[in-house]
Ligand binder design. Structure first.
Ligand SMILES: *Cc1c(COP(=O)(O)O)cnc(C)c1O
Length: 427
């Protein structure tokens, strides 16, 4: 399957005609458990000597098809689906972390991720140091003996910032730590972080992968390239795992160690499992991923250019614009486009932003992105309101900014809607 191009793989990877019925589309296996052939078969499945289905908290054929498809599109060796993007982040860190250990993460992240990393993680005894990922020396300086991962987003929410993954990947390789990249905003069509040095890629499948605002889901993809045994820092993967009768995952499963650990221990004990119906919707969405992303990018470019030229607008952060400081990075990191999410600074500040959001007719005011529909939100009063004003500004969510997620409608209709609402908001 890896010989085929992206457009072919997005339709076919991970899915054969159903072996039981010949069904051409991936069936929704709406079942909790699977009958063992005999007692020996059951024992072999539980011992990981044979791969198969036991219980849907661990694996399910519909969800396995989705995992295989996303792994193929990202160029990984394996993938694990989770109940949400936030679950995928915890699940990605779980085999690497323990009390007293830390990660180093970019200051430019999804607001919910900043809260998860700066607050909730502490309950596990984990911590996070946030640094500006444009300063690679600062990333290296923030790494200490207890650091177990480096984390960033390829294209970053909400500012449309593009991370120099090549530079960050080089730092991760130098310090011998896995680089985890949240590729939600780019999707595997626009960016393949593994090609730029990522060890693990995480997705909120809630967004572009599904593409129509119907599902909450997440995926972790493993590149299979990291040597979990070299440093002795990852005993869950390299040493006998007490939570799985002393199995040495890396020794026994090689490049699939992370994937199997995430299923056999992560999903088993944390239970952040995707549901088969959700996996089905995401599989449907992925069939048109490249087509949608092309239209998202074309529309975002048209709308961003129009806004940038408008006197009612102070600034537009879209990395696809010539004026963006990240424009050169787009050519290297995501050459097919800079995604479809960006922020706009509106003259008139906080008040004008609130009016604009209220006066738009076609754009929906929602806390989501990556939908076929165009969406708008005022981060400072919603998604980023848990952050301090300093954190808001660092995250690109200042009080005078609205965030647009440009959909796949007609660009002229989107521009007309923005035009009428801006007139009302700045009158
Ligand atoms: C939405 C989002 C998440 C969280 O995903 P959920 O599916 O909502 O849990 C994480 N990272 C990014 C970049 C996101 O856009």
């Amino acid at each position: 399957m890896t010989d085929y191009s992206f457009d072919t793989q997005q339709v076919h990877a991970g899915a054969e005609p159903d072996p039981a019925t010949g069904a051409r589309q991936v069936p929704i296996y709406q079942t909790t458990a699977y009958v063992f052939k005999d007692a020996d078969h059951a024992a072999r499945l539980f011992g990981l000597q044979e791969v198969g289905y036991i219980y849907s908290r661990l694996t399910n054929p519909t969800i396995s098809a989705l995992a295989a498809r996303v792994a193929a599109l990202e160029g990984g060796v394996g993938a694990v689906c989770c109940s949400s993007g936030h679950a995928a982040q915890i699940m990605a860190l779980f085999p690497l972390m323990g009390p007293g250990l830390n990660i180093v993460a970019s200051t430019r992240l999804y607001g919910g991720t900043i809260t998860q990393f700066s607050q909730t993680m502490k309950r596990f005894g984990w911590s996070c140091t946030f640094v500006d990922f444009d300063d690679v020396a600062a990333i290296e300086a923030a790494v200490d003996d207890n650091t177990r991962a480096i984390f960033c987003e390829s294209i970053s929410n909400p500012g449309g910032y593009v991370t120099d993954l090549d530079a960050v990947g080089a730092v991760a390789a130098k310090v011998g730590l896995p680089l985890i990249v949240d590729n939600t905003l780019a999707s595997p069509y626009l960016c393949n972080p593994i090609q730029h040095g990522a060890t693990l890629v995480v997705h909120s499948a809630t967004k572009y992968l599904t593409g129509n605002g119907t599902v909450t889901g997440g995926v972790i993809i493993d590149s299979g390239t990291f040597d979990w045994s070299a440093s002795g820092k990852f005993p869950s993967l390299s040493a006998p795992e007490p939570a799985y009768h002393g199995l040495c995952f890396h020794q026994a499963l090689g490049a699939m160690a992370f994937t199997f650990h995430s299923i056999a221990v992560g999903l088993r004990d944390l239970g952040m499992t995707m549901n088969p119906q959700g996996a089905h919707y995401t599989l449907m969405g992925i069939e048109t991923l490249s087509l949608r992303m092309q239209k998202h990018v074309a529309n975002a470019t048209a709308v961003a250019k129009w806004l940038e030229a408008d006197p009612r607008i102070e600034a537009v952060t879209y990395a696809g614009l010539e004026s963006s400081p990240w424009h050169d990075r787009v050519a290297r990191i995501c050459p097919k486009g800079a995604g479809a999410l960006f922020t706009v600074a509106v003259k008139g500040g906080y008040e004008a932003c609130v009016k604009l959001v209220n006066d738009l007719k076609l754009f929906s005011h929602v806390a989501n992105l990556g939908d076929a529909r165009s969406l708008i939100i005022h981060p400072a009063s919603t998604t980023h309101r848990q952050l301090t004003e300093e954190q808001q500004i660092k995250a690109g969510a200042a009080p005078n900014m609205v965030r647009l997620s440009i959909g796949i409608e007609d660009a002229a209709d989107l521009i007309a809607d923005l035009d009428q609402a801006l007139s009302a908001a700045t009158a």
